[in-house]
Design a protein around this ligand. Sequence first.
Ligand code: MRU
Length: 354
Amino acid sequence: MITETRTVFWEDGQVCLIDQRKLPETFEIARYDTYTQVAEAIRVMVVRGAPAIGAAAAFGMAQAAQHSTAQDLAGLHADLAAAANVLRVARPTAVNLSWAVDQMLKYAQESGHSDLALLRQGLLAHAQKIADDDVVINKRIGDHGAALVPDVATVIHHCNTGSLATVLWGTALGVIRSAHMQGKRLHVLVDETRPRLQGAKLTSWELLQLGITHTIIADGASGHFMRRRKVDMCLVGADRIAANGDAANKIGTYNLAIVAREHGVPFYVAAPWSTIDMRLAHGDLIEIEERSSDEVTHINGISIAPHGARAANPAFDVTPHHYISGIITEYGVVRPPYTVSLAQLAARINEGKA
Ligand code: MRU
């Protein structure tokens, strides 16, 4: 089953990615030999979703180490720093990308390997660990989140946060998958997610394979559905969460949160701890990626707007913390006030007590 295939994996020195630009029509694995190619694959969204691009970048760093011609440690560190600079900027909003790159740099600094071959080997093993950990973390998020889902529920989901957005399983969609596996009867209203249609193309594709009943809806239809039928919860992912709980996620998430509040529908964000950026006090400090206006004016390469029309394309928006009922992490569900609860969790994690 395709939802058992890792989105990101390493094979024979190549970084292998499910090519998400081709889904749902074609399932294809794209293979990359160098970290610059991996950075470009992240930029053009062959791979997308915060945890998935983090894992891809970690393997890209391992490639950089393997291809480095440095003869000493200082040279290898310099080559890794250069690769980090290229990978880090491929997409700016998802903090998991720079988090994974930093994890690799930290390993290189602190592993204690003075032998270059051993360090190269260790870096690949560390990238593999980042990828493996992601699967375990997502399943934990799934367990914590599933406990919040009623036995019979209608859930609205935005973008794609499933296996394809992670190494495997997913965050918000992983919660839906876990709840489904526990026997809960779910119906998912799948926001199509303009402009790239991750909902209609990718989330529906995953849900079909998982046998989870769902209906694709236009992004603007969520208010209608919340007014006309019982919607039990909204479940979304995040690309970066500030220390006060403000959460950046796919454009349109903020609108959904406001509509959910208006109708008294709980609004949950599911994300691994690596998505939480405690260095940022609030969400206005999160850099929002601006992508090509062609993504708005064209669908599958075909223009839908008058020639010469201008379009804006912020890829993400920030949902203020007061709209968020809870943040589902691998450590459990964090509740407001987030400035306090996230700081307390960070302290427990640092002390190894989480
Ligand atoms: O532009 P994308 O498709 O990379 O955006 C993805 C999202 O916004 C997801 O909701 C987020 O990365 C969380 S994925 C587990």
